[in-house]
Design a protein around this ligand. Structure first.
Ligand code: SAM
Length: 387
């Protein structure tokens, strides 16, 4: 780390992360990085089809709550290679005939993977074409799957994002306590890149006119007053606001590893930031940009700064509420009925036991946080419909 005064130009860490992950040519996700057994990290959809089977039950409940609309729009953001869509299709929820599942994925290489083994996939749409698509009824011809680089502008339905927020770019800041009546000084860890492409952290006081938004956000975040470095998640905050503004009636559901800024700031050695490559922990985040995933624990207080979530619970509580135990028992019965000459169904049935253990484990996926924001009718629509 070099002091700012010795450094030349530097870029915000968020810009570095965004390029390292999403540069269209050299970024981690452009060069083959992905979730999955054959990828770089394991997520709940990638554990096996059980996660999608539970989500299918939740979808049915949310569909009924909305009055059984056709189409029933599910916008999955950060869909990766499309594994959750395949599991939902396999589970065959009650809403399947009217289900329009939009797989929103920023990385073009990942979108190319959506088509495989996904009957009902109709290709890629964007802009007005996608917007028209989410308004057209399916009259029982679903489920229909469509890939998109961006979510539709406006729709009724569900936005679902598993492990997206931890993959959005973030800054690293600290607020040094001021004297008695002075304001604290906000500093950022930025990245200086030399002509050989070597990257180094530099400390910069956020005192330029262009720093105002970051400085104010850092100052109003409760990081515990210790002056420690913490992640500032302006992109995640903006994403939540953007998604809520696109939903007319419905809900935003996000699942991720999460904590509070105060707890994160108290961790030693930037313990809230991790890198991954080929199922192993990666190296220092500034090492060979694009070669590894860079992720951050999501700060619950920051992403609820504007609007509190209506439901916040652990992944294990969420999955239990939507009947994971029943699905495991059902799988066990299928297996036990024919254990000597098992077919695919029997094997899937037995595998649910192991999948549930992984999905519910308190120190792992089961300890992730599920957050839901319920969006019920925009005020201007309320006038027109009389609600
Ligand atoms: C950690 S992976 C999770 C993939 C999948 N949801 C899962 O749980 O296996 C995050 C994915 O989000 C994608 N992503 C990141 N920012 C995005 C954005 N703004 N819109 C859509 N996809 C995005 C990345 O390209 C990556 O495929």
């Amino acid at each position: 780390m070099v002091p700012a005064s010795d450094a030349g130009g530097s870029i915000p860490f968020s810009e570095f992360v965004d390029r390292a992950l999403y540069d269209p040519v050299a970024g981690f996700y452009a060069t083959g990085g992905r979730a999955g057994g054959r990828g770089d990290f394991l997520t709940s959809p990638e554990v096996g089809p059980l996660f999608g089977a539970v989500i299918s039950r939740a979808l049915d409940e949310w569909w009924h709550e909305l009055g059984d609309p056709d189409p029933f729009v599910l916008v999955e953001v950060g869909a990766g290679p499309g594994t959750l869509a395949r599991s939902i299709r396999l589970a065959g929820p009650e809403c399947a005939g009217v289900l329009l599942h939009v797989l929103v994925e920023r990385a073009p290489g990942q979108r190319l993977l959506h088509e495989a083994h996904l009957a009902g996939w109709v290709g890629e749409r964007s802009g007005e074409e996608l917007q028209a698509f989410v308004l057209r009824g399916l009259v029982g011809t679903g489920p229909v799957f469509v890939s998109a680089p961006e979510p539709p502008e406006s729709f009724d339905g569900i936005v679902f994002a598993n492990e997206l927020l931890d993959n959005l770019a973030f800054d690293i800041v600290r607020v040094r306590p001021g004297d008695d009546d002075g304001e604290g000084v906000v500093e950022a860890l930025e990245v200086a890149i030399d002509e050989d492409g070597l990257c180094e952290f530099v400390v910069r006081a956020l005192d330029r006119p262009g720093d105002t938004a970051t400085r104010e956000l850092a100052a109003k975040t409760d990081s515990g007053g210790t002056g420690s470095w913490f992640p500032l998640q302006a992109q995640a905050i903006g994403w939540i606001a953007d998604m809520r503004s696109r939903i007319g009636d419905g809900r935003l559901v996000v699942i991720d590893y999460a904590s509070t800024t105060k707890e994160l700031a108290a961790r030693p050695d930037f313990g809230w930031m991790r890198t991954f490559r080929g199922h192993e922990r990666g190296s220092h985040p500034l090492d060979s940009p694009g070669s590894q995933d860079i992720t951050v624990d999501v700060a619950l207080d920051q992403i609820q700064m504007d609007v509190s979530a209506n439901v916040v619970e652990s992944q294990s509580d969420f999955l239990e509420r939507f009947g994971i135990d029943e699905l495991v028992d059902e799988g066990r019965r299928v297996w036990e009925a024919n254990p000597h000459a098992p077919g695919l169904n029997e094997i899937r049935g037995r595998s649910r036991i192991r999948e549930a253990e992984a999905l519910l484990e308190g120190g792992g996926l089961g300890g992730f946080t599920v957050m839901q924001w319920i969006v019920a009718g925009k005020p201007d629509e309320a006038d027109e419909t009389g609600r």
